[in-house]
Design a protein around this ligand. Structure first.
Ligand code: AMP
Ligand code: ZN
Ligand code: FE
Ligand code: FE
Length: 281
């Protein structure tokens, strides 16, 4: 692997959700690459934020406390990033706990379906794979691969776990508007993640009306043309621009390097400015 494309990566996952590296290992990897700013944005949990901040103490690396909340908007999966959230916020903890409990119920229903389909997987196995407190379909996919029922996590989604597939079970989740409120209630900046995925782009004007503050323009899945379009859209709607790799660590189903997306320095400068102006809970 060559040097990173940027010393700034505002979208990383750890083993607190579905990443392969622990929060500490994520910080160590970022330091080894010479990163300057990273944000740990695990799905529906801030469990990794404290350990990551601790691991970066005294080092020349800024760790931004963050979270990624998977929401549902009329059957579309819309992900919201919350930056600079207060990781010890009680309200945030309560909301995220409810989401994780809904996940647990749903995971059990998925495993039941899989058993009926002749692909039994133990819940304890899924939890061992997950390690962290936010457990979801990517972990079930990994368990299916381990059991020899699928060649890759992607195949597990394509055959069973994806929306509309036989083991798919919907999960009660927040609306994007609710997630924006939860993030802002914890002092965070609410940003729409990877608008190219799941048809979230069309919702932008409405979400901007609901208090959305930013847009993830730079992302692994965005072509240069897409980036240009999102930059223009963000400016038009007065949204902050963010970006990151969405790395889930080495050995993830789709390995993406930390710092592999060319996020310009001005993104972080602008974000730091907005941080100073944000409303406190
Ligand atoms: P969950 O939060 O348990 O619903 O899992 C959502 C995660 O599963 C997403 O963040 C993706 O990483 C992954 N995912 C969802 N749909 C698919 C799909 N069709 N193919 C591959 N991965 C998917
Ligand atoms: Zn993920
Ligand atoms: Fe996402
Ligand atoms: Fe992500």
């Amino acid at each position: 692997m060559g040097p990173p494309a940027s010393p700034i990566d505002l979208h990383l996952h750890s083993s607190a959700s579905d990443g392969t590296l622990s929060p500490q290992q994520t910080v160590v990897a970022a330091l080894a690459l010479g990163m300057q700013v990273i944000a740990l944005a695990d799905h529906d949990t801030v469990q990794g934020v404290g350990p990551a901040l601790e691991a970066a103490r005294g080092a020349l690396l800024v760790v931004v406390p963050a979270v990624e909340i998977n929401t549902d908007y009329e059957g579309r999966e819309v992900h919201l990033l919350g930056y600079f959230i207060e990781p010890t916020s009680e309200d945030l903890a309560r909301s995220l706990r409810a989401l994780r409990e809904a996940r647990r119920e749903r995971n059990r229903a998925i495993l039941q379906r899989l058993a009926q389909l002749g692909r039994p997987v133990e819940e304890s196995r899924v939890e061992e794979i997950a390690r962290g407190e936010s457990v979801g379909r990517p972990h079930i996919a990994a368990a299916l691969v381990q059991a020899g029922y699928a060649a890759s996590g992607q195949q597990a989604f394509d055959r069973w776990l994806g929306r509309g597939k036989p083991a798919f079970v919907p999960r009660p989740s927040f609306t994007p508007q609710q997630a924006i409120a939860v993030i802002q209630g914890a002092g965070g900046i609410a940003v729409l993640a990877h608008p190219a995925k799941g048809g979230a782009e069309g919702l932008l004007p409405r979400l901007a009306g609901a208090g959305l503050q930013g847009l993830e323009a730079f992302h692994t899945d965005h072509s240069p043309r897409a980036v240009a379009r999102y930059l223009a859209l963000a400016r038009q709607l007065g949204l902050l621009i963010t970006g990151g790799s969405d790395s889930h660590g080495p050995g993830a189903d789709r390995p993406v390097g930390i710092g592999s997306v060319a996020v310009p320095i001005w993104v972080w400068e602008e974000m730091s400015r907005v941080r100073g102006r944000r409303t406190m809970p």
